[in-house]
Unconditional design. Structure first.
Length: 241
């Protein structure tokens, strides 16, 4: 699974270490040392993955993610941070990062995260199978092949993390998924990020697919258990029968 990877890291020793491990896995790697350079390179190179340090000169990693998602760029973003508090991690995920690794990190763990992001990204080499079926739940349609979501025919922009959660829910409508099950869809067991990570993605998805996000009809909470995706029309028919 060879990919074009941009590493934005202002610590030269850390950057070279990352380059060495990524190239050992067969990836093509470009290094930049500040946030503005990272933004410029992403716009011109359209990489398969951005490995992004949070604390950088000129523009920090959070600002970079904020701008990229505002531009509707869907490339996977793996953030590196020395900030290990839950609020910091959730902020990054809320802005559109797909995964976090806290410093100091194990290079083997980091490479495992990279492989997972690339494997699950629509831009990874090999991608989704060409004959992957559409996932339809009422007016909501998830296309795993093209990494597209629509509601009532209107396109919905999702980050890779949001897409993976929505696709997992759409594979089995009305099944209740626990937070840990949905977290596993993102990047497996993670000792750094709590299951509140899923809550952030669910909140963002509701803003995008629900007519009234504060009164969700599609993406429902099952209190004490987790979340499920349902067809509002079928739910209404069952309730009236």
């Amino acid at each position: 699974m060879c990919a074009n990877v941009i590493v934005a890291e202002d610590d030269e020793k850390q950057a070279e270490l990352l380059r060495r491990y990524l190239e050992r896995e067969g990836h093509s790697v470009t290094l930049v040392g500040d946030g503005l350079a990272a933004l410029d390179l992403v716009r011109h190179r359209e990489p398969d993955l951005l490995v992004l340090d949070v604390m950088m000169p000129r523009a920090d990693g959070l600002d970079v993610v904020r701008v990229l998602r505002a531009e509707c760029r869907e490339l996977p973003v793996l953030m590196l941070t020395a900030r290990a508090t839950e609020d910091d991690l959730l902020l990054g995920l809320d802005l559109g990062a797909d995964d976090y690794v806290t410093k100091p990190y194990s290079p083997r763990e980091l490479m495992a995260r990279v492989r997972t992001l690339l494997r699950r990204s629509r831009r990874a080499t090999g991608g989704e199978p060409a004959d992957a079926a559409l996932l339809t739940v009422g007016a909501l349609v998830v296309d795993p092949t093209r990494h597209v979501v629509s509601v009532g025919g209107a396109a919905v922009e999702c980050t890779p993390g949001e897409f993976r959660i929505l696709a997992a829910l759409a594979t089995e409508p009305d099944r209740v998924f626990s937070r840990q099950q949905l977290l596993a869809e993102l990047h497996g067991f993670d000792r750094y990020i709590s299951d509140r990570t899923v809550d952030v993605h669910i909140m963002n998805l509701r803003k995008k697919i629900e007519p009234a996000p504060r009164r969700p009809a599609r993406l429902l909470t099952v209190f004490g258990v987790g979340y499920k995706l349902t067809d509002p029309a079928k739910a209404a028919a069952r309730a009236s029968s």
